[in-house]
Design a protein around this ligand. Structure first.
Ligand code: CA
Length: 217
């Protein structure tokens, strides 16, 4: 499931976006000021961030600087008429902007377009001789079907969507299990072992010292 962070201090707008995107099958988290947004970005990995500009604590521009090193796509939510804000946002590296008030259809279209551009909404994923279909949740290797548990599948998709990126154990765990990481790494590690074995990927899923794992693709 793709996860979206909404940083917006107007509760009504944040709720509207939350409801609309949840209906479309995205997992949404809301932050109502810049500080809360920064804390969430530090703790979790998101596939996309919707970012208001005028925010209490840190504003959207400050937050964008904070987001950039993570490589997470950003869509700015800007007030009507603030053309200079839009230009500044794009110059600073935002992927797109949406002018408030907006139609839900436009929001969805822009969210989908940015996710597509980053290859995050692909339903068919491939690494080497392994093919994954996220609609049917099926996996084949060398044309033969591979039997994975639900968590093994989710973990595989997460690794593949972030291939060649070193993923932190805690973030990987929280993304796949959707619960806070307690420091207990056995669950994640045994799932990785099983994936390596089932896919014959002993070499391809690398252990990254003191960080976690990286899939080489
Ligand atoms: Ca605002």
């Amino acid at each position: 499931m793709l996860s979206i962070l909404i940083v917006e201090d107007e509760q009504a707008i944040a709720n509207l976006i939350h409801i609309s995107l949840s209906d479309e099958g995205y997992r949404c988290t809301c932050a109502f000021d810049g500080k809360q947004g920064a804390d969430l970005i530090e703790q979790e990995t998101f596939d996309l961030i919707l970012l208001d500009i005028m925010l209490p604590e840190f504003d959207g521009y400050e937050l964008l600087e904070y987001i950039k090193p993570t490589g997470t796509p950003v869509i700015f939510l800007t007030a009507k008429g603030a053309v200079s804000d839009r230009i500044k946002g794009l110059k600073l590296g935002a992927d797109d902007y949406i002018v408030k008030p907006f139609q839900i259809g436009e929001l969805l279209a822009r969210v989908e377009a940015v996710l597509r551009r980053y290859g995050k909404s692909e339903k068919q994923l491939a690494v080497a001789d392994v093919f994954i279909n996220t609609d049917s949740r099926s996996v084949t290797k060398d044309g033969r079907s591979v039997d994975l548990t639900a968590k093994e599948f989710d973990l595989l998709v997460e690794l593949v969507r972030n291939k060649n990126v070193a993923l932190y154990r805690d973030r990987l765990y929280e993304k796949v299990w959707n619960e806070p990481f307690t420091g207990e790494t056995r669950t994640l590690d045994t799932h990785i072992q099983r994936l390596r074995k089932k896919l014959d990927w002993e070499e391809r899923i690398r252990t990254v010292f003191r960080i976690g794992y990286r899939l080489e693709g």
